[in-house]
Write a protein that binds this ligand. Structure first.
Ligand code: ATP
Length: 238
């Protein structure tokens, strides 16, 4: 689905992402791991055109020039949810569908389906983001990202603010949805357990570079270097 060719990001001389070439297949779940500041979020933001970059990103073979035109195919969840504070939770969720002219009955049916999926009720959806807990806001953000039925989901620590019970339930539901819909998923996480749970390919980053990639089990059994071994051991220990 994605092909990145020498994609490179620097902020005023600081290299957030070294030239990176990468293919992401349709239906693949890719997990981005690495220490704080290693470039995970920057890489994720490139995949939705929210970070300025040099190099080429192709979506289904065509180089992306106008990100606004392709963004409706992509769902994005940032760490704190990124909800519009002046809209209710429901207002946030339905915004894009309204813009695309969906009928009210179709919007209502989709909101009900997604609310059930993430475990939110009507009363909670009527509240403003500031009146919800961090975990509830994250679930609203997940509903918003899934609303239009995107081809790909780009998730920046989407489960981090959830309590263990909700996290496990939502993670299980999401894994099923990803598989059922053949959705392409790229997820930043700090949790090795989450990476294992979602399976697929993991990419371990350091200082804006990909250090190693492959299934988590492979990274663990054959770490490319001392850094990978140390990172995985530390992540497993806590
Ligand atoms: N808008 C920006 N302006 C300047 N520097 C930035 C900007 N965004 C990111 N950086 C820098 O780029 C580097 C990579 O940041 P990034 O957010 O991608 O890391 P990360 O691996 O996602 O970290 P974390 O796990 O802490 O979220 C860091 O050194 C960061 O300070």
């Amino acid at each position: 689905m994605y092909q990145l060719d020498a994609v490179h990001v620097s902020f005023g001389g600081v290299e957030a992402l070294a030239p990176t070439s990468l293919s992401i297949a349709k239906g693949e779940t890719l997990v981005l791991l690495g220490p704080s500041g290693s470039g995970k979020s920057t890489l994720l933001r490139c995949l939705i055109g929210l970070s300025p970059y040099d190099g080429t990103i192709r979506l289904d073979g065509a180089p992306v020039r106008d990100w606004r035109a392709v963004r409706r195919r992509l769902g994005y969840v940032i760490q704190e949810g990124g909800l519009f504070p002046h809209l209710s939770a429901r207002g946030n969720v339905v915004l894009a569908a309204r813009e695309f002219g969906w009928e009210t009955s179709r919007i209502e049916a989709r909101v009900m389906e997604l609310a059930q999926l993430v475990g939110l009720d009507d009363e909670q959806l009527a509240r403003f983001p500031a009146q919800l807990s961090g975990g509830q806001r994250q679930r609203v953000a997940m509903m918003r990202a899934l609303m239009l039925g995107p081809d790909a989901l780009l998730l920046d620590e989407p489960l981090s603010a959830l309590d263990p019970v909700t996290r496990l339930r939502l993670a299980g539901e999401l894994r099923d949805i990803f598989a059922r819909l053949g959705m392409t998923v790229v997820m930043v996480t700090h949790s090795l357990r989450e990476a294992r749970f979602f399976g697929g390919r993991a990419i371990l980053m350091r200082d804006g570079r990909i250090v190693q990639q492959g299934p988590v089990a492979e990274l663990e059994s054959a770490p490319a270097d001392e850094f990978v071994a140390e990172f995985l051991a530390a992540e497993s220990a806590l």
